[in-house]
Design a protein around this ligand. Structure first.
Ligand SMILES: *Cc1c(COP(=O)(O)O)cnc(C)c1O
Length: 462
């Protein structure tokens, strides 16, 4: 019997396995534009084929790939086509996917410069490019993490460290028990992951001062409590429902005067700063102390890609510090200083490829395109008698019928049509359909076709 090692060496030499995967990938790419956007019920049912006992003996690699494609591919959601508007999900741009394929073969671990000089260099370059595109202060540093959930946790951890440090308390060594109190001030419309980060950091989801939001979901600056130098203030660039942006200029000015720490959750919206046509939305973001932003939403990198950005290098690296006798920090960029993880994948490769492919103008074009398609959606839906509930300032459109039941029925009919897919949310306590235009591949034609699906779906409700 051949050993698994012999098998693997021969697979590396022969490459047919990689060619097999490539063949499936090409078929998938071509089909994704026209297929039913959400998988058919029978395709989801067929996923049962994966439910089997863990094999005792090694299995045949070709058969593994064959199963993954024949059962797995049809069960995926066609997110890479132009008519997926669910959640706030991006669509990886081709250059980035290709770069990821290559870097998958490298299998680098960017924890330390000494483990991967190439990825350390690409991270350093991306840090500078992101700072430039977003107009953030010169001293801003970046950590490359899996998503905004983690990026927010890192930014808030840096803030927690710095606020307590100012009071002579080292949270890393002493923890929070007996620590001076810090205040957390945030909008009632903050994203769920912000509350999760507060829970993870021992700050408490409910031990916070909630500020009411206005009708568009922006923090109501007039109702901000008095801020002080013990305050962690959390703002939002892009409300996850309406896409609205907080008024950073005035709120950050007040926070800076009080010496509070400001974190901005800009998962998809922070990139507004990178387009001259949308930058007014992000005016004043440079006055914050830390920021979280995804690559895998509006920037359209592959999953999993996000940045925690922090104006205070020492606060971020202190919050993320790890030590070990074998850890060799260098004069170069040691990535694990900026993130909670040690070993991880080289996600900066795709981010670098995305930014280099697009360039400054391409990023602006990409963002503007999403905003234009969202406007087109709002216009066509309104023309066809649907109620658009929000001011469409960025890429999010909220739609509802006159009763909750009709709204839900409309959404289910649209989803079942297979023409497009968007999910639901709650707005002012009532169900809404939430359209997020987040894919570079969405064309004007896709929007027209999707609105037709809305019209047909409404006829079915009536
Ligand atoms: C998506 C989103 C998050 C969470 O980001 P992940 O990348 O999914 O972890 C946080 N805040 C807002 C506003 C978001 O839209």
């Amino acid at each position: 019997m051949t050993s698994i090692h012999d098998t693997m060496f021969s697979q590396l030499a022969d490459k047919s396995l990689f060619e097999q995967a490539q063949t499936y990938a090409y078929v998938y790419i071509d089909a994704a534009q026209e297929r039913h956007v959400f998988p058919h019920a029978e395709d989801i049912d067929a996923l049962k084929a994966f439910e089997e006992p863990l094999p005792k003996a090694p299995q045949d690699s070709q058969a593994i790939l064959e199963l993954l494609d024949s059962v797995g591919s049809p069960g995926t959601v066609a997110q890479t086509g132009g008519r997926y508007f669910g959640f706030v999900n991006g669509n990886a741009i081709p250059t980035a996917v290709a770069a990821r394929w290559l870097s998958d073969v490298w299998d680098q671990n960017p924890a330390l410069h000494v483990i991967s000089p190439t990825v350390a260099k690409l991270e350093q370059v991306c840090e500078g490019w992101a700072r430039q595109l977003l107009g953030l202060p010169e001293e801003t540093v970046a950590g490359f993490v899996s998503g905004t959930s983690i990026a927010t946790m890192c930014g808030l951890a840096a803030g927690r460290y710095a606020l307590l440090q100012k009071q002579g308390w080292d949270v890393n060594t002493q923890g929070l028990f007996g620590a001076p109190e810090i205040r957390v001030v945030l909008s009632e419309q903050s994203h769920g992951t912000v509350f999760k980060a507060l829970a993870l950091l021992g700050l408490g989801k409910e031990r916070v001062e909630l500020v009411p939001a206005d009708a568009q979901g922006r923090i109501d600056a007039a109702q901000l409590p008095e801020l002080d130098s013990n305050t962690l203030l959390i703002l939002q660039a892009g409300n996850v429902n309406s896409g609205a942006f907080d008024d950073f200029e005035s709120v950050c000015a007040a926070a800076n005067a009080a010496d509070a720490w400001v974190h901005i959750d800009g998962a998809f919206g922070l990139w507004a700063a990178a387009s001259p046509n949308q930058a007014h939305l992000a005016k004043g973001i440079d006055l914050a102390d830390s920021w979280s932003v995804d690559g895998h939403k509006t920037l359209n990198t592959p999953y999993d890609s996000a940045l925690v950005l922090c104006k205070h290098r020492q606060a971020l690296t202190a919050a993320m510090q790890a030590t070990g006798a074998y850890i060799e920090y260098s004069e170069q960029r040691d990535s694990m200083l900026y993130t909670p993880d040690m070993s991880r994948r080289a996600r900066a490769v795709e981010l670098w490829a995305t930014l280099k492919f697009l360039g400054e103008d391409g990023v602006a074009q990409l963002i503007d395109g999403l905003c234009q398609r969202a406007q087109q959606f709002a216009t066509l839906l309104t023309e066809n008698g649907f109620n658009v509930l929000n001011d469409v300032v960025f890429n999010q459109v909220l739609v509802a019928e006159d009763t909750p039941e009709k709204t839900i029925a409309l959404m289910q009919n649209v989803q079942a049509s297979g023409e497009c897919w968007m999910g639901g949310s709650k707005w002012n306590g009532a169900p809404v359909i939430r359209i997020s235009v987040c894919s570079w591949a969405t064309t004007e034609e896709d929007v027209k076709r999707s609105v037709k699906a809305f019209v047909a779906a409404r006829e079915m409700v009536l």
